[in-house]
Ligand binder design. Sequence first.
Ligand code: SF4
Length: 270
Amino acid sequence: MPISALQLFKHLPQTNCGDCGYPTCLAFATQVVVEGADLTNCPHLSDEAKQLSGTIREQQQQGVGRRRDKLAIALKFLQEKVAPLDFATLATGLGAICREEEQRPYLELTYFGQTVRIFKDEVRYPAGTAENPWDAILLYNYIASQAKRPPCGQWIKFEGLPHSVSKSKTLHRLQRQLAAALSGKKELLAQRALTLGAQPASVSEDADLQFIFRPLPHLPLLLIFHDAEAEENFAAEAHFLFDAQVMDYLDLESLLFLVERLMDYLLEKY
Ligand code: SF4
């Protein structure tokens, strides 16, 4: 039996220290099993985990558990979940428009400022867009939520969302990465935020910058940024806040992925 990402994860230290270059041990396990990353990139492997390296290398060489297969399976599962749904009924609740092409219904919505068309079996992006299979998974997850309530306008911290304690460390790491990358560059941050269609906000009294992003129509993210102040020995800080009803639309994992995607755009990694 091949070793799955979850099985490997159980043998990792589960400290999410980030020394391997990935934000969590689970992300690293997935990269090893699905992408062929080197297991020894984790400098904290137990002897037990080291013993798995031979088997892992073998299955990597045989192409077992390749990323493409995994993503295709996840995508197919979501498409099957979405297939029986009535797009016309769901459109308003998702902030989308339901249209048809040759009797195939699709939802048209804005994703990171771009108009995408989501059919039950394919996603169409504007010409020239670099496709990332995770985007399709996120979009089908959003639709599969069948959410009906628009955002309530009340901002809460990630820790305020149900069952978020174990994942908040990941968000904190992402926030630190963003703050470090944009320290001393608030003009650049403002420029990129406006390019993405974000709106300036006035929620925090002492922030240097604050913007509301709408990566998906009913999924606002508030970014609060304090730039570094050398004289006061104050490092830059970035904090994301979420609409109190965000869990109607996405689970915590997908939400973290959405934050990572937003960071990709802000740091121009895409
Ligand atoms: S280096 Fe990576 S895999 Fe190893 S403990 Fe840290 S986060 Fe987990």
